[in-house]
Design a protein around this ligand. Structure first.
Ligand SMILES: Cc1cc2nc3c(=O)[nH]c(=O)nc-3n(C[C@H](O)[C@H](O)[C@H](O)COP(=O)(O)O)c2cc1C
Length: 217
């Protein structure tokens, strides 16, 4: 019996995730791809700094500006945010690739991960959390909600969706050109589909397309 409701004659490979994908590797993250990396800095209730990357991350609204990431269980970042109500998003460029990757190591709780990974820090303004000193953009966030995700059968999953309102924004003036954040010039990296894969955004990747005027009605 095939787990996939498809045949060799179908133009589209189809599967129901609940029954298995039937491929050598799960394609889900290659389909929702590339994903921005939320490099999330926090402090625990004793003020010890923590930083880790999260690619189940995105902006979720702009009035007020808010971002969210999903933690597979109560990892230190989510736990710290539940305790303190604060976190910072640090924009990740190609320059940070190795440090960002190293910061995904599960250090013992309470380890100062900025020191451990040798990431230079500076203070945020509206929250008591450090941010990455040379990140070209930082969003200071205060906790709105932590949603414990349930599946369509009502079963609790391991995932905690942490949603934060942006209360402070830092932009490196070197990338502020004619009043625009030249994000592509920073060469951001994003998570791609499969194990160890990343995408680097270069300025020539950019194109402009305005929405049809009637779409704003
Ligand atoms: C690029 C990248 C993206 C990641 N995205 C996630 C994610 O979205 N959710 C998650 O739970 N873990 C993710 N991880 C793993 C965490 O970074 C890792 O478990 C880390 O130790 C968590 O640190 P913390 O306990 O200090 O929060 C990611 C790792 C990398 C390298």
């Amino acid at each position: 019996m095939s787990l996939n409701k498809t045949s060799d004659n179908d133009d589209h490979y189809f599967y129901e995730p609940a029954l298995g994908h039937g491929l050598p590797h799960d394609p889900f993250k290659a389909i929702v791809c590339p994903r921005p990396i939320g490099w999330i800095s926090t402090c625990d209730s004793k003020g010890r700094a923590n930083i880790a990357p999260y690619s189940f991350f995105n902006a979720v609204c702009d009035a007020p500006p808010a971002v969210a990431f999903a933690s597979d269980g109560w990892k230190d970042s989510a736990r710290n945010i539940a305790e303190t109500g604060e976190f910072a998003f640090n924009f990740v460029t190609h320059e940070h690739a190795q440090l960002m990757n190293r910061s995904s190591v599960r250090f013992e709780k309470g380890t100062d991960e900025f020191s451990e990974v040798e990431i230079e820090r500076r203070a945020c303004r509206k929250i008591s959390v450090p941010c990455v000193a040379n990140s070209p953009a930082v969003l200071e966030c205060k906790l709105m909600n932590i949603v414990e995700l349930h599946d369509i059968e009502g079963r609790k999953t391991e995932y905690k969706l942490v949603i934060g309102q942006v209360v402070g924004v830092h932009i490196d003036r070197a990338f502020l050109r004619n009043g625009l954040f030249d994000f592509a010039a920073t060469r951001p990296i994003m998570r791609a589909g499969y194990r160890g894969e990343y995408v680097q955004v270069a300025p020539d990747a950019l194109f402009t397309m305005l929405r049809p005027p009637e779409s704003y009605l």
